[in-house]
Design a protein around this ligand. Structure first.
Ligand code: NAD
Ligand code: DAU
Length: 352
């Protein structure tokens, strides 16, 4: 069936995998990728599909109150998959207002544009909001999990802004009847991950013999999921999820940061032909992140039970693939770390 789908934030890490999946899997859909190309947005992530006939890149800001409604009017979208966000916790500590603007106000601007464009007939429409497990706060080392019923308890400006956006999405559903679904996912890893985040930062630093900054004692736990498995879950929830429902997505794959970094060091020693133990000497314990959540762990059994989703890849295989991707895409990494991609794309995409 022909559909026009708006994906926001498609030039970022997860968004680029979702855009590629939809463009290649659904030739009848036309995918519009709305992205402001902040520091985290890089159209090079989508070089392989940028000329596909069913793909259009739109440079624009989700907070733009004039442009977003016009975009909805022009393209008569059937669905929205909303990923655009400020996504890095450390940045939210130094610049919280950028997170409030994009994650809260930008989400409300999209919700309102969707409501106004669709309100005569919501049939067949869907607004899918991509959120995070961080809205649930932090767990102790007690074997507990976040479920869809866990109360919200965000601690960082990032997680508070995402929690707020989730509440607004549900408010537009409950108040205006907007057909929405929400998913809350654990930490993703894989190709095209911006090297401010732990895994790509560590790979980059190990490769370049630079210290690997580990916050505090490295005892914090994250639940890691391969980004392509998140994209598969998004596809499934977009097509088969039930309006008004929330789905948790996770890898059932908990690692302390220090064990993860040691595993990465082992893989890098092997791939770079270094003596075992060489890269681990780069581990550098540094001051802890303010308000650092101790442990995240997702119970994804609802998604498995109701829609049949499971992760496809074991973590060690995924890490291995991820390291291979970074080692064979040195140019991507160099462009990102030097900021060159921003200069190049600024000259390619005109401001509207
Ligand atoms: P990212 O930072 O890599 O990409 C964000 C994208 O949004 C970039 O392309 C950026 O240019 C764009 N963007 C930012 N502000 C914008 C604005 N005002 N208007 C239009 N575009 C804008 O983020 P990511 O890691 O790919 O995360 C994508 C989404 O998934 C976010 O909503 C995030 O909260 C959520 N999420 C991420 C993870 C994770 O592990 N990375 C886990 C769970 C949920
Ligand atoms: O849980 C999902 C979330 O995962 C997403 O919503 C966020 O967008 C995404 O950025 C990620 O948040 P984290 O804060 O968990 O990811 P980050 O890679 O920044 O950090 C992972 C862990 O590693 C965390 O405990 C902090 C620690 N860390 C991070 C960095 C950047 C370090 O020890 N050293 C570092 O240099």
């Amino acid at each position: 069936m022909k559909k026009n789908i708006l994906i926001t934030g498609g030039a970022g890490f997860i968004g680029s995998h979702v855009v590629r999946l939809f463009v290649t899997k659904y030739p009848d859909y036309h995918i519009f990728n709305l992205d402001a190309l902040t520091y985290a947005g890089n159209p090079e992530n989508l070089k392989d599909i940028e000329n596909a006939p069913n793909y259009t890149f739109v440079k624009g800001d989700i907070t733009d109150e004039k442009f977003v409604p016009v975009l909805f009017k022009t393209h008569n979208f059937d669905g929205v998959i909303h990923l655009a966000a400020e996504s890095h916790v450390d940045r939210s500590i130094t610049d919280p207002f950028a997170f409030i603007r994009t994650n809260v106000f930008g989400t409300c601007n999209l919700l309102n544009a969707a409501k106004n464009a669709w309100k005569e007939n919501y049939e067949g429409k869907r607004f899918y909001h991509i959120s995070t497990d961080e809205v649930y706060g932090a767990l102790e080392f007690d074997g507990s999990f976040f479920t869809e019923e866990t109360s919200y308890d965000p601690h960082s400006p990032y997680s508070a802004s995402k929690a707020s956006s989730d509440h607004f999405v549900r408010a537009w559903h409950d108040t205006y009847g907007l057909p929405v679904v929400v998913s809350n996912c654990s930490n993703n890893y894989g190709a095209n991950h911006f090297p401010e985040k732990l895994i790509p930062l560590a790979i980059h630093n190990i490769k370049n013999n630079k210290p690997i900054p580990v916050y505090g004692k490295g005892e914090n736990v994250r639940d890691w999921l391969w980004v392509n498995d998140h994209a598969r879950a998004i596809d499934l929830i977009f097509h088969k999820g039930i309006n008004g429902e929330t789905y948790n997505i996770g890898g059932h794959n908990e690692w302390t940061n220090i064990d993860l970094i040691k595993k990465l060091c082992e893989i890098m020693d092997r791939k770079l032909g270094r003596e075992p133990g060489t890269s681990a000497q780069l581990i550098n314990f540094v001051k802890d992140r303010a308000g650092h959540d101790l442990r995240y762990a997702i119970d994804a059994s609802k998604l498995q039970r109701e829609l049949g989703w499971e992760p496809s890849l074991q973590f060690e295989e995924g890490l291995d693939k991820t390291v291979d991707w970074y080692l064979s895409n040195q140019e991507w990494l160099d462009n990102v770390t030097s900021g060159n991609y921003q200069k190049y794309y600024a000259s390619q995409y005109e401001e509207r």
